[in-house]
Write a protein that binds this ligand. Structure first.
Ligand SMILES: Cc1cc2nc3c(=O)[nH]c(=O)nc-3n(C[C@H](O)[C@H](O)[C@H](O)COP(=O)(O)O)c2cc1C
Length: 209
């Protein structure tokens, strides 16, 4: 039997991406996001219009998609309620976000330069994808989101994740951090409490029954 439910959140489970971009003053920004999917050598990123990341993507036309493993959930969570933009929307103020100009220090992550684009890599992320921005268009109707289409120009992959003698990632060894209904999962299990889930007042199974 199924129930008809007016679902409050439709985030069924996608990998977390730490998008590295360059700010207008040349410093680095880093933002967690999970509205991302890949087709061929291109990727669609759904980002809020007001985010510093969207401003940087539209201006710089470049980014690095840093893919954290589930072991990095705590570092990702430290970025959850931060923005690289000093101008905060009323929605973000209400949710408890604050301006943070140094996201790498706040997260405890290490910045590395990219080879081909002016955007930061995250040393701790096992997969880092240098990208150019092909298009940035409004997403949907009545949303505050932008669909950024990017093309992967260069991939950096940790040695242990490459199937020896191939140009393929080992799908068994790769344990992506997954955001499912605002909670963090890895290897199919919940790996860390989520500030986003708290801010969004997402009920957890333990408290909702
Ligand atoms: C796990 C996780 C996933 C997120 N996914 C998205 C997303 O897909 N799109 C989006 O616009 N914001 C997403 N956010 C919220 C942004 O990280 C947040 O708006 C942040 O302030 C953006 O930073 P910026 O303003 O420096 O770009 C996510 C946050 C977390 C913690």
């Amino acid at each position: 039997m199924h129930n008809v439910v007016d679902l409050k959140v439709l985030y069924f489970g996608t990998p977390v991406v730490l998008i590295g971009t360059r700010n207008l003053n040349g410093t680095a920004n880093l933002a967690p996001m999970s509205s991302a999917w890949w087709l061929g050598d291109q990727c669609m990123l759904g980002m809020n219009t007001a985010s510093q990341t969207t401003q940087n993507l539209v201006r710089e036309r470049a980014c690095v998609l840093n893919l954290p493993s589930s072991a990095l959930a705590a570092a990702v969570d430290r970025l959850a309620l931060l923005s690289g933009s000093p101008v905060m929307t009323p929605h973000k103020i209400e949710k408890g976000y604050r301006y943070e100009p140094d996201k790498f220090a706040a997260a405890g992550l290490t910045q590395l330069p990219a080879d081909l684009v002016a955007a930061p890599r995250v040393a701790e992320c096992p997969i880092q994808l240098e990208c150019e921005v092909l298009a940035s268009e409004p997403f949907g109707i009545g949303t505050d989101a932008v669909a950024h289409t990017v093309r992967v120009l260069r991939a950096h992959v940790a040695d242990e994740l490459i199937i020896p003698g191939t140009a393929h990632v080992d799908p068994v060894g790769w344990d992506p951090l997954i955001m499912k209904f605002c909670e963090f999962f890895g290897d199919g299990t919940q790996v860390h409490p989520s500030r986003l889930a708290t801010a969004w007042q997402i009920p957890s199974p333990a408290t909702s029954h």
